[in-house]
Design a protein around this ligand. Structure first.
Ligand code: NAD
Ligand code: ZN
Length: 394
């Protein structure tokens, strides 16, 4: 039998920009991003998150006026999609994006621009990855979580069969434009939720960043733009570095260090019927796996206390009913199945130092749940601190 061997590398390159007011007529960053082929008028389909539109009523008009100023060929009025998990849970929204791409004649040299939270970008990105086997996608993330984590990476996806991100693809974006102005209308909840992903990446990779988050906690709670800008810039950088230099950008192995705390988080989101935001569930997952690391003797007591205290300072509710209902442990096997191969969970040896294990002791997981639930302030159902905010609580 003859055997031919095939091997090639594909190089990806994309930029993650941090700007203010990307849709202001004088800000030409987005226009330059869409002018890569120097086509006279780049064809563009814009998809927007209904939650952003509700909070920033002039958004569609700003998009249309920007397109006129910069000679972009908007193939249609912006496509409005539900924000949050609804868009990822109901397959008809994926069809709607695909139909809009088809109707608009978007080709592989045209662009889909997504404006919204991590969920909207996952949905639109997945559609863009499928149409014509992949059309260019520019992401304009509008939440803290998406700007520092979800939008800067290479993954897209929607939920199916009751499982998070069951359908999806690895599809690097054409570019990411983080616009701090979008964050102005975020609810207190979503401002806070994204901070959990920054705490996560600090814990597994960067002790100095964790210390900075401790120092900046008050400013972040008071919605200080400078502190948030620094958080987003650094967390995004750590995510990008991991993808580029971690040796496994498309996650073919079983390890996924940036998913620290996520085995529990994904299951809690599902068990709560998506009442919990991803970031809120991640905060609980971090608390559980830090506590597990403490109970196993890998993480020092004072480090464990600092981690839980910081999460509490940010106002995360660490005790939720789903923790007491059983069912969480099934998240371990679902996580293993999602990653493939052997169970691989990241735990903490110290603040800033994650390491991997391939088995979790169920009794110790239960003890971790009990320890987290028993913390003063976590059982009240009330966040430990109430951040001041300019955005309304929704
Ligand atoms: N692809 C990845 O690598 C990756 C990584 C992390 C998380 N995620 C996914 O991201 C999702 C979570 O994203 P998220 O935390 O950004 O929340 P989200 O997308 O669920 O949005 C939360 C809510 O905020 C609203 N919203 C968004 N921007 C707003 C703004 N500027 N003003 C007012 N309201 C606004 C939305 O309409 C929604 O109601 C989850 O589905 C998670 O699985 C993906
Ligand atoms: Zn996450």
């Amino acid at each position: 039998m003859d055997t031919l061997e095939q091997q090639f590398d594909v190089r990806y390159r994309y930029r993650v920009h941090l700007t203010e007011d990307a849709l202001a007529p004088e800000n030409d960053l987005l226009a330059r991003t869409l002018a890569a082929d120097r086509a006279a008028r780049p064809r563009v389909l814009v998809a927007v998150d209904r939650g952003v539109l509700a909070a920033q009523a002039d958004l569609a008009a700003r998009v249309e006026s920007y397109a006129r100023t910069h000679a972009l060929d908007l193939v249609d009025a912006p496509l409005v999609l539900p924000g949050g998990e609804t868009g990822k849970n109901e397959p008809r929204h994926l069809e709607r994006v695909l139909a809009a791409i088809e109707r608009g004649g978007i080709c592989r040299h045209s662009y889909v621009v997504g404006i919204g939270g991590g969920a909207l970008l996952d949905l639109v990105g997945f559609a863009a990855a499928q149409a014509h086997r992949g059309v260019r996608m520019v992401r304009l993330p509008t939440t803290v979580l998406a700007q520092c984590d979800a939008a800067v990476g290479v993954k897209t996806g929607i939920n199916a069969f009751g499982k998070k991100n069951f359908l999806g693809s690895f599809a690097p974006p054409w570019a990411v434009i983080n616009d701090l102005r979008f964050l102005d209308s975020l609810s207190v909840r979503d401002w806070r939720a994204g901070i959990a992903e920054a705490v996560k990446v600090a814990l597994v990779k960067d002790a100095a960043f964790f210390e900075r988050l401790e120092r900046d906690a008050e400013r972040l709670l008071h919605r200080d733009r400078g502190a948030m800008r620094a958080l987003i810039a650094h967390a995004a950088r750590l995510h990008l570095e991991h993808i580029a230099r971690g040796g496994d950008p498309f996650e073919t192995g079983s390890a996924r260090p940036l998913d620290f705390g996520h085995w529990a988080a994904h299951k809690l989101e599902q068990l709560s019927d998506y009442r919990l935001r991803h970031g809120e569930a991640v905060a609980i997952g971090i608390a559980l796996d830090a506590t597990y690391s403490r109970l196993a003797g890998w993480l020092a007591d004072d480090a464990h206390e600092r981690i839980l205290a910081l999460l509490e300072r940010f106002g995360f509710e660490l005790d939720v009913p789903e923790l007491g209902e059983g069912g969480l442990l099934a998240g371990l096997d679902e996580f293993r199945e999602h990653l493939g191969g052997e169970l691989t969970i990241t735990l903490l040896g110290a603040i800033g130092r994650g390491f991997e294990v391939h088995a979790m002791d169920e009794e110790r997981v239960r003890a971790s749940i009990d320890r987290v639930r028993a913390r003063p302030g976590s059982g009240s159902g009330q966040p430990a601190a109430r951040p001041c905010a300019s955005g309304a609580e929704r």
